[in-house]
Design a binder for this molecule. Structure first.
Ligand SMILES: *Cc1c(COP(=O)(O)O)cnc(C)c1O
Length: 343
């Protein structure tokens, strides 16, 4: 992979915004360099633009160097940055699997970049060769998601490796749900693939969707590009502080994941027994995809019962499918009762 060749020319030439905090690092007694208000501490000060304290903590938990971490306003930010940094609007393209997370399409559309969607196999498995065949000289990135949303399954690691070794652009592997899966993250193998970008998030297993914090892991050269084009203070002070606090709760996080996975497996067993349920697809995530007679009707019935699930029946390969997030034991029971009342 040649990073310089992948980059858009305007990004290669870009002189990034230099903030007061970029120009003076280190400790001082009096800060009169950023036009901040001297009152209302600590909120009067701009936050650390590169979030080093949070990155150090993540680095320790995940055994990875801090300069291989990018933090974004949710995973959506690094997804968008991939387009802005590497894809010339109206010229370049990316490839994604279909069905998958809707934000890849939205980010492509916003940036006026073609997205070539390649269908997964009928069993939602990944065929790397089909994706490689869809690439041309204008293909800058391949987006995959494992475990995949909305299909809930892990993609085959060997097929993912075929993409990493067979494609000379970037391969973005979205691991938003990896904590719920029996397989481990690709993160320990990051250094083996210079074109690999791994996305993770605090929104799912960590239970922090409200603070908007997403992670991208890649080689420092890629992270430097991301840092160059992000908004200078993309992660606000409150989010940084809360993340530092919540990152101490690794024990709670593991416990939440354990309960959710147990509840998921229980939900799968129970849903199988309902007469109108046709398929409960295997799940490696914190949600399940269920194919049923009259999915739309059942969706509307559940809404009347004040239980909201996601109707995915209009999505490729997901005819008559609802996507159901695993909630608390009490919430899950309520859902099961509502469904059972239909039989
Ligand atoms: C939920 C989800 C995310 C997380 O997005 P955030 O912006 O970090 O909240 C990322 N990727 C996929 C596939 C998801 O389903």
């Amino acid at each position: 992979m040649n990073l310089d060749q992948l980059l858009r020319n305007n990004i290669k030439a870009l002189k990034p915004y230099s903030s007061a905090r970029d120009e003076f690092k280190g400790e001082a007694d009096v800060y009169l360099d950023a036009n901040e208000n001297p009152f209302n501490a600590p909120y009067n000060r701009y936050p650390d633009p590169l979030q080093w304290a949070v990155k150090e903590k993540i680095a320790a938990i995940k055994s990875i160097a801090p300069d291989k971490i990018f933090l974004g306003n949710g995973s959506d930010e690094p997804i968008d940055i991939v387009f802005r940094a590497f894809c010339e609007p109206g010229v370049d393209n990316v490839i994604s699997i279909d069905p998958s997370y809707g934000m890849y399409q939205v980010a492509a559309d916003i940036n006026n970049v073609e997205i070539r969607k390649v269908k997964l196999n009928e069993d939602f498995g990944l065929n790397a060769q089909k994706l490689l065949d869809a690439a041309n000289i204008y293909t800058k990135a391949i987006f995959i998601c494992s475990p995949n949303n909305p299909t809930a399954n892990l993609l085959d690691r060997g097929e993912i490796v075929k993409l990493l070794t067979g494609f000379d652009g970037l391969v973005v592997v979205d691991e938003a749900y990896i904590d719920f899966s029996p397989e481990s993250s690709l993160l320990p193998e990051l250094d083996q693939y210079e074109n690999l970008i791994i996305l993770q998030t605090f929104s799912k297993a960590w239970g922090m969707a409200g603070i908007r914090l997403g992670m991208a892991f890649a080689q420092p050269e890629i992270i430097k590009v991301f840092n160059k084009i992000k908004y200078p203070y993309n992660i606000n002070m409150l989010t940084q502080q809360k993340a530092l606090e919540l990152l101490e709760q690794t024990v709670e996080k593991e416990e939440w994941v354990k309960v959710i996975v147990e509840e998921r497996d229980k939900m799968v067993r129970k849903l199988f027994k309902l007469s109108f349920v046709q398929v409960v697809y295997p799940s490696d995530a914190n949600f399940i995809l269920v194919k049923m007679h009259d999915a739309r009707g059942i969706y509307e019935y559940l809404t009347e019962q004040k239980i909201i699930v996601r109707d995915r029946s209009k999505i490729a390969l997901c005819d008559d499918c609802l996507r159901i997030t695993i909630g608390s034991p009490k919430e899950n029971k309520k859902l099961r009762k509502a469904l059972k009342d239909l039989t």
